[in-house]
Design a protein around this ligand. Structure first.
Ligand code: SAH
Ligand code: SF4
Ligand code: F3S
Length: 443
């Protein structure tokens, strides 16, 4: 029997990429084969993101491009999954004629039924959010993997309601996945050659699982267990919320060499007034207190962040506070965004999106330029240091060089050795750019 082929394209955060692997698993059980060639697909899924308006616009433009494929192959099924499905619901089926199917992030088990419904000539939609679904029992199909690093979702949803953010509305209530199923998946990956896992959640610090014997596994306990699977398995995690980053967690990281010295701690703004308006639950001083705790407990830990410029009512003064905070901390890297109002969020309902576009643009450019110099300085400090690097593959530029990352999550490129991807090597850093460390393997 010829298998029907499906193609999946993913936008947004790592959790969406992880979800696409769940979708691939569900469809492969239904007899579909994955393809990386969109033109031969019988089924195309676009897994979407709503975090900023431009993320949605990109997907809408992509749907327009898919119209021609549909004309060539009228039997082709096109479905939209993920956060935009949840946010825009029926409106998508009404406005985007190319779509046959719309499914929110908590109903992927229902996809086979929805596909059959389309097969019988109807459009199909399910956007129910769940309070329990974690897909714990579904073994993800790692269709786009290097065989070395993998993501494991440990929780879903978010209840922090940061004023600007759409996630709580499109991903539903926060729920944690059974600890035993996480350990099982991580162990399986290690046994199959993987050497790095990233535990994913919108706020991993609030991971909480009640075991059958009523004991509670918190995030630090989970890390403890995952780290003990094997010292050769590196553990990363994302994202940590500053309001919940405990010293207990930092002390747990300090106990294990294989828990990576890299913390992503989104600050969003350096102004306490703006942080309060954003409903982030911490002030500038409280954020600094967490940074100082990291420096004290994990002296070699890299710190990265997310920043939003131009949030409602942000003044030049607030913006300067963000710049000064970034300088004071010297982040190793950062993702930086222009505020994008999302309909029905706390900010959209209560505040005016009143920073002119030109000001947002200029402020964004200022923080990007600053971060570029901070990243450069951070790499400069590494010159002469020796790091353990997990080889991930060849460098993009040359087959004569390997590329991997150190514990601090920095990319290290060095001349090829007799080792292979998945091996650890020691490398001494001899040069750098603002994005990459250049080194040499040493024994
Ligand atoms: N759960 C994570 C972040 C998830 S979204 C956390 O709390 O840190 C990733 C980043 O997108 C956020 O950290 C924020 O910087 C940015 N972001 C979220 N909503 C946004 C919006 N409406 N406009 C611009 N950037 C936004
Ligand atoms: Fe959004 Fe805040 Fe939740 Fe992060 S913690 S996903 S920014 S609401
Ligand atoms: Fe985007 Fe949804 Fe992730 S809105 S950032 S894909 S949770």
């Amino acid at each position: 029997m010829i298998k029907r082929k499906f193609f999946i394209e993913t936008y947004g955060c790592q959790m969406n990429f992880s979800d696409s692997e769940i979708v691939a698993s569900i469809l492969s059980k239904e007899g579909f084969a994955t393809t990386t060639d969109i033109s031969e697909a019988d089924l195309i899924f676009i897994n979407t993101c709503s975090i900023r308006d431009n993320a949605e616009q990109r997907v809408l433009r992509r749907l327009k491009m898919l119209q021609s494929l549909k004309k060539k192959n009228p039997g082709l099924i096109i479905g939209l999954l993920g956060c935009m499905a949840e946010r825009l619901k029926e409106e998508l089926l009404e406005k985007e004629q190319v779509l046959d199917l719309v499914a929110g992030p908590d109903v992927y088990r229902d996809l086979p039924k929805l596909i059959r419904q389309v097969g019988s000539g109807q459009k199909a939609i399910n956007i129910l959010l769940s309070q329990e679904e974690t897909y714990a029992d579904i073994a993800p199909v790692r269709y786009d993997s290097n065989g070395i690093s993998a993501f494991i979702s440990i929780m879903r949803g978010c209840e922090n309601y940061c004023a600007y953010c759409v996630v709580p509305y499109v991903r539903g209530l926060e729920r944690s996945r059974a600890a035993a199923s996480i350990i099982r998946e991580a162990t399986f990956l290690f046994q199959h050659g993987y050497r790095e896992i990233t535990l994913l959640g919108q706020n991993v610090n609030s991971y909480c699982w009640v075991n059958p014997d009523k004991t509670i596994t918190g995030f630090a306990d989970l890390l403890n267990q995952v780290a003990q699977i094997n010292p050769l398995l590196r553990i990363r995690f994302s994202t940590s919320h500053p309001k919940d980053l405990s010293n207990e967690l930092l002390h747990t990281i300090a106990l294990y060499k294989n828990i990576c010295r890299s913390i992503h701690l989104p600050v969003q703004s350096g102004s306490s007034r703006i942080l309060d308006k954003m409903n982030r639950g911490y002030s500038r001083d409280q954020y600094m207190d967490r940074i100082n705790a990291i420096h004290k407990i994990l002296p070699d830990c890299a710190i990265s962040t997310d920043v939003i410029v131009g949030f409602c009512s942000e003044t030049e003064n607030d913006h300067n506070e963000t710049l000064s905070l970034m300088k004071e901390i010297g982040f190793d890297s950062a993702f930086m965004f222009r505020y994008s109002e999302r309909p029905d969020t706390l900010a959209a309902n209560n505040y005016k999106d009143d920073v002119p576009f030109e000001d947002k643009e200029r402020r964004l450019k200022e923080i990007i330029d600053l971060q570029q110099s901070l990243s450069y300085k951070s790499n400069e400090k590494d010159k002469g240091k020796k790091f353990e690097v997990l080889i991930e593959g060849y460098s993009k530029r040359s087959k004569e060089h390997f590329s991997g990352r150190n514990s601090q999550n920095k990319v290290v490129v060095f001349p090829k050795t007799n080792d292979k991807p998945g091996d650890y090597v020691s490398a001494v850093i001899q040069g750098f750019t603002s994005a990459t460390l250049l080194g040499k393997a040493v024994s």
